[in-house]
Write a protein that binds this ligand. Sequence first.
Ligand code: CP3
Length: 343
Amino acid sequence: MAEPILLQTLRGKPTLRPPVWFMRQAGRVLPNYLKLKENYTFWQMMQQPKVAAEVTLMPVYDLGVDAAILFSDILVIPYAMGMGLDFTDDGPVFDKPLAQRSNPLVGLNPDPSKLNYIYDVVDEIIKTRPANTPLIGFCGAPLTVLLFMLQGLGRKGDFPDAVKFIYQNPETTQKLVDAITKLSVVYAKEQIRHGVEVFQLFDTHAGLLPFDLYKKLFLPATVKMAAAVRKENIPFIFFPKGLGTGIAEITPDHADFLSIDWQTSLPTARKLVHPEIGLQGNIDPRLLFAPREEMEKTLESYIEFGSKNQNWIFNLGHGFIPGLPYENARFLADWVKNTDWKR
Ligand code: CP3
């Protein structure tokens, strides 16, 4: 059987078109997901292997994307470290955010077995997936995960208490980063042992700190994660959203492919990023609110880049947001697959 197109691109082989998948493709825009969600909470969906596998594969059938991404969340790591977590209509909420505790290191008690249900989900996906559908595993990078742990709430956009904590407590921050990284390495390796074939590290809030501070406190963890994943011969994609010109300092030690946000144009990113690193991205998800002709005009501007760059995965510059029209998501995937990329 031919190698799936996503794996071909990640392994540096030429293809006639870029592979396509979307960050946060498994919920939100899919009518079948919204229907299923009437019967379950998000936690229940994640924890029941049959349901989680069904949701994971839904975008493969309903959007026609070239890969599935495990249906889970980056916040399962703090949960497995002993933090109480609830997913509410207003986003995730933690009991006793770390920034409010007198000693944030006391009371954290990493228990890798609390992630076991996720490996059952991976097993179920591998068993039921259609042929030629690679499975992407993932976790959150320590900064983004730590911001939620410190602040406690997901919708406080700029995490004010968390950033203040990081400046006031660099040593404790370092210890927390190390603890998150250690458990994340175990988690990534187990996902791979159960069958994920590509791994993505999400650092959605990488742009919240000055690049030099981010580089010192948080980028070493990315090197550790990338090394652990590549040791298993699995390609590693890194999504540090909002890094700006910091992408010029990402080296092959950090990533095989770098996922570019919608703020940075792909040709500019290509000039800045190390030539051995492939790119992924970077459609603004909100483009899907625009009239079809506007969408098409923007998409056509990607053809020149795609004709010249084989080491590129078509994706969004951040995940799908709730309320985007499903038909436009479907159109986007179809467009990538039916366009003449002049290769
Ligand atoms: O494609 C997929 O949906 C795969 C699974 C996935 C989820 N979360 C499911 C989810 C992935 C890859 C994530 C990553 C994630 N989770 C990130 C990083 C990527 C990004 O888009 O920024 C972050 C920051 C989180 C934390 C998180 N989880 C927030 C802030 C929220 C609430 C707000 C929101 O975006 O919906 C969640 C809940 C969540 N995670 C949902 C889903 C499908 C929504 C649950 C629902 O349907 O109510």
